[in-house]
Every structure is written in structure tokens, then in C-alpha cells.
Design a protein around this ligand. Structure first.
Ligand code: BES
Ligand code: MN
Ligand code: ZN
Length: 509
């Protein structure tokens, strides 16, 4: 998608379609108060072209509501599309992100390939120019993605050209920089989505490793991809136990971002769950919806997408990434409930912790245990992990918020600040000694499930055993990695959740 800026007045731009944002300015809460849609532009010709339809009440400027006018009088554009942002008092830059996605998804099935998107004009508090540009371009890239990769009748409906129309008085260099940044972020999120979209037979652990290596070479990251032998050498007994039942070998993916001249300060460790298919293993899952378990590498894919963006945006902090990829399958060589596994030791002189396997379907925490230990061994001073870890997290928060956990308030505060930029929704859940008690084992150190109640939390407590005192954030994205319904601004399927938030967290160091 070609992306550029224009500083020509909206009414003079020749284009297939001009999109203009609108907000509902009605402030009365009385039940008979009608919406008062207003376009967020000062262009007199655009306002005149839209006047009649705005007065008609047919378009209320609700969030992601659209209204199309053909041959708008007085405009050089062939079509005028109004996109609603919702109630003016609630509008944020994130509303602009969705609106841009909505505009792109509006034109796609209509065979329109180019769009001019008018940046919202209004008070600079709500719409700081650079932030609006960034949100709009990210939203456009995310909106342009579709998941029908393997359809023989697939029609290429991709948007060819996205132009942002900004006021002539805007700071051109700042906006150009915002465009360049947003392209990187939008493309990185889509990179993650394309990985999550792949079925288990097309994206085995080995192939995920190859895709990570290709990406890393392209953007100039250091990389290594290991398999069984390295797991043995590092004594990654927990990780290995998950892969032992599969004919597909595991992949231990390590990426390194080492900016020139940065030799001290924090080393951020990004750790991702990369289960390319989760059948549950011997504790096999029911057949209903099992196909969705091809997405069980979403946390790992999010880390790879974030690393891509990091490599291109070049923050001044060292980052390493560990993705533990395996297939969780039942077979004659699979691990069994009751088995005891020994996790990777942090130092050679201390033994690894022993884990009683209660349920082979609680495999994510097993691969992450060794991944977190390895990231610490490689020098990570701060950890963040992402995983489609528990159904319990989906029960708790639905498909609206992802779960977040942390053992360090200061580190988590940075993540919260990152959310304000990314526009993503995470909700912090508690940790605590009482929960840790629930995963004590009689035969070994800990067991891999803590029973039915508080399942997202006991899973987080399991991971906490392996991060020890390292400041750490755990993201449980089980409910948000895959969307069953399409929204006006994003296709159904893989969401790419967490990429933007992890990136902003990294950039805050
Ligand atoms: N990958 C699943 C969690 C999951 C569920 C992801 C739904 C996406 C949507 C995970 O490996 C799993 O099976 N967790 C079990 C843990 C249980 C056995 C303690 C679960 O949540 O049921
Ligand atoms: Mn599982
Ligand atoms: Zn899983």
C-alpha cells in the first residue's frame, strides 16, 4: 500500500474517494436528544457537500458508522465517505485508528483501490497531528489485511494507495516521520497476523523457525534457530516434554537486537509461546473448535512482530527474544499425566525445578518455563511474555480485555503507559501466595495445573516460579488472538494483539 501525505485543501484533491471523519457533538443526555453529527474539517466545500445528508438524520456519526455520497457537489473527489467516531467527548486517537481501518475495509469489496483520508481537524488536544497520522496509517494497514490466503477464488482487494490529507499549516517533517513509523508498525502487526493465520500443517515449529530467521535477516536482527539437540544440551526438560509426542521437532528461536553503542542498561527479554498446534496431548481436547488451536503460537508470533518493528525503529535498548515452538500431540511417545519433568536449571550448579504433569493440555506454561529461564540466562534484566495460555482468562475477561500480570509495579506502570499509545486493552489480574499454594506438588516442586478456580492466575504463578526476582510481565492473550467475527475496521481471524503494546513498552526504556 503506497502511503503518502497531501497538503492540498480537501475539496481540491482529485481521487476516487475522499474520507472525512465526523463526531456526534450532542452533549445532552436526555433521551429525546437527537445526535448532532459534525464533520471534523474546516473545508467549506466539504461541509457544504455534506450539509443535506447531515441534516437528514440518516447518518449519526456513531463509532465506525459510514455514509457514502457519489459525485459530491463542489469537490474534485468522485465520492465522499463520512466515517463516524462516536460521541465527541469520548473520541481518542484510537478512534481515528479504527475509523481509518473502517474506511479501508469499506472500499475493498467495492473495487476502489485508492483513498484520501482527511486528518481530523479540531482541538489539538484530542487530535495531535502526529499521533492522528500514526493511528490512521496503522489502522489502514491493519484494515487492509484479509485471511483468505488459501482460497482458489481469492480476489486481490488490497488497497493500492492511502493518502493522508493534512492541513497546510502542519509540521510536515513530523508528519512524514509519523507515517514512516506507522507503516513499520502496521506491517509488523500484519506479519504477526499472517503467521497466526497459517494452519498447523503449513506452519510447523521448524517452518516457524525458518520464517523467523528470514524476517530477522531481512531487518538485520541477530538470530539462531535450534532444535532437539540444543534442548538436550540446555536441559530444557519442560519444553522438551511437550514436543516429545510429536513427529515434528521443536524449534528454539532466539533473536537479538543489539543497537550500536548501547553496552549497558537493561536487556529486555521477550518470550513467546509457540505451540503451532495444541491438541491437548494425552489429555486431549474435545473436537469442537479444536481447529482454533492452530493459533496457539500467537504469543510467539506477537514477539516476532514486535522484534521486526524494533529492528526497524531502532530504540536505544538491547532486546532479546526467545520463542519456544512445538506441537502438542498425543502418541506413544507423548508425555503422560503423572509424569515428572525437570525444567532447565538457571545455573549449572543448581538442579532444575521438578514439575508434576497433571494435565498435558497445560503445555504452554511448560515451554515458557524453559524459555523464561533461558532468556534470563542470556542476560535479560526485564522479562515480558505473551501466550494464548488459558481458557480461564477468556472466561474471566471475555474477548474484550487480554489478561496481564506482573511481579513489579514499576515495570507494569511502563506497560500501562504503552497501552495509552497502542490503544489495546489489557486488564491486570492479581498474583499472590494463596494462588502459589495451589500449584504445590506432593511428589515434586510444582504441578502444572492448579485446579479449576483462578486458572489464569495459577498459570501465571507457575511462570513466576521461573522468573524468580526478575521484573516481569505476563500477557495472557487467549481471548484476543483470534476473532470469530469481523468488525468494521478489522477482518475476522488473527488480530495481531500485543504487538503494538510490547513495542511501546520496549520503546519506553
Ligand atoms: N492453548 C490453550 C489455551 C487456550 C484456550 C487458548 C482457548 C486459546 C483459546 C492452553 O494450552 C490450554 O489448553 N489450557 C488449559 C489449561 C488447563 C488444562 C489447566 C485450559 O485453559 O483449559
Ligand atoms: Mn493446551
Ligand atoms: Zn496451548
Amino acid at each position: 500500500m503506497r502511503t503518502q501525505l497531501s497538503f492540498t485543501p480537501l475539496s481540491e484533491i482529485e481521487t476516487e474517494l475522499l474520507a472525512v471523519l465526523a463526531a456526534d457533538t450532542q452533549t445532552s443526555k436526555s433521551s429525546d436528544a437527537k445526535p448532532e453529527p459534525a464533520l471534523l474539517t474546516a473545508d467549506a466545500a466539504v461541509l457544504a457537500a455534506a450539509k443535506a445528508v447531515l441534516a437528514s438524520g440518516e447518518f449519526q456519526a456513531g463509532a465506525n458508522e459510514t455514509m457514502l455520497l457519489h459525485a459530491p457537489a463542489g469537490l474534485a473527489a468522485k465520492r465522499l465517505l463520512m466515517v463516524g467516531l462516536g460521541k465527541q467527548a469520548k473520541v481518542t486517537t484510537h478512534s481515528v485508528r479504527s475509523a481509518a481501518g473502517t474506511a479501508v475495509r469499506f472500499i475493498k469489496p467495492r473495487g476502489i483501490r485508492e483513498i484520501v483520508f482527511g486528518l481530523p481537524e479540531g482541538d489539538s488536544q484530542t487530535f495531535p497531528h502526529a499521533a492522528s497520522v500514526r493511528a490512521a496509517v496503522e489502522g489502514a494497514f491493519v484494515g487492509d489485511f484479509d485471511s483468505d490466503t488459501y482460497r482458489s477464488d481469492r480476489k486481490d482487494q488490497s488497497t493500492h494507495s492511502f493518502t493522508l490529507a493534512a492541513p497546510a499549516a502542519a509540521d510536515k517533517a513530523a508528519l512524514q516521520a509519523a507515517v514512516a513509523e506507522a507503516i513499520i508498525i502496521g506491517e509488523s502487526q500484519n506479519f504477526t497476523r499472517s503467521l497466526v493465520n497459517e494452519p498447523g500443517n503449513k506452519l510447523t515449529p521448524t517452518i516457524l523457525g525458518q520464517r523467523a530467521a528470514e524476517m530477522a535477516s531481512e531487518v538485520g536482527l541477530g538470530w539462531e534457530v535450534h532444535s532437539t539437540e540444543k534442548l538436550r544440551e540446555l536441559k530444557m526438560g519442560a519444553f522438551w516434554s511437550v514436543s516429545q509426542g510429536s513427529a515434528e521437532p521443536p524449534a528454539l528461536i532466539v533473536l537479538r537486537y543489539e543497537p550500536k553503542g548501547v553496552t549497558d542498561g537493561p536487556v529486555l527479554g521477550l518470550v513467546g509461546k509457540g505451540i503451532t498446534f495444541d491438541s491437548g496431548g494425552i489429555s486431549i481436547k474435545p473436537a469442537d473448535k479444536m481447529e482454533e488451536m492452530k493459533t496457539d503460537m500467537s504469543g510467539g508470533a506477537a514477539m516476532l512482530g514486535a522484534m521486526r518493528a524494533i529492528a526497524l525503529l531502532k530504540p536505544k535498548v538491547r532486546v532479546l527474544c526467545v520463542v519456544c515452538a512445538a506441537e502438542n500431540m498425543p502418541s506413544g511417545t507423548a508425555q503422560k499425566p503423572g509424569d515428572v519433568q525437570t525444567a532447565m536449571p538457571f545455573t549449572a550448579d543448581k538442579p532444575g525445578k521438578t514439575i508434576e504433569i497433571i494435565n498435558t493440555d497445560a503445555e504452554g506454561r511448560l515451554v515458557l518455563a524453559d524459555g523464561l529461564t533461558y532468556a534470563r540466562q542470556l542476560g535479560a534484566t526485564h522479562l515480558i511474555d505473551a501466550a494464548t495460555l488459558t481458557g480461564a482468562c477468556v472466561v474471566a475477561l471475555g474477548h474484550v480485555n487480554a489478561g496481564a500480570f506482573s511481579n513489579d509495579d514499576e515495570t507494569f506502570a511502563k506497560f500501562n503507559a504503552a497501552l495509552a499509545v497502542s490503544g489495546e486493552k489489557f486488564w491486570r489480574l492479581p498474583l499472590g501466595e494463596e494462588y502459589a499454594e495451589m500449584i504445590k506438588s506432593d511428589i515434586g516442586d510444582i504441578k502444572n495445573t492448579g485446579g479449576r478456580w483462578g486458572g489464569a492466575i495459577t498459570a501465571a504463578e507457575f511462570l513466576k516460579v521461573f522468573v524468580e526476582d526478575t521484573p516481569w510481565i505476563h500477557l495472557d492473550i487467549a481471548g484476543l488472538a483470534w476473532s470469530e467475527d469481523s468488525k468494521p475496521y478489522i477482518a475476522k481471524g488473527p488480530s495481531g494483539v500485543a504487538v503494538r503494546s510490547i513495542l511501546e513498552w520496549v520503546r519506553s526504556f
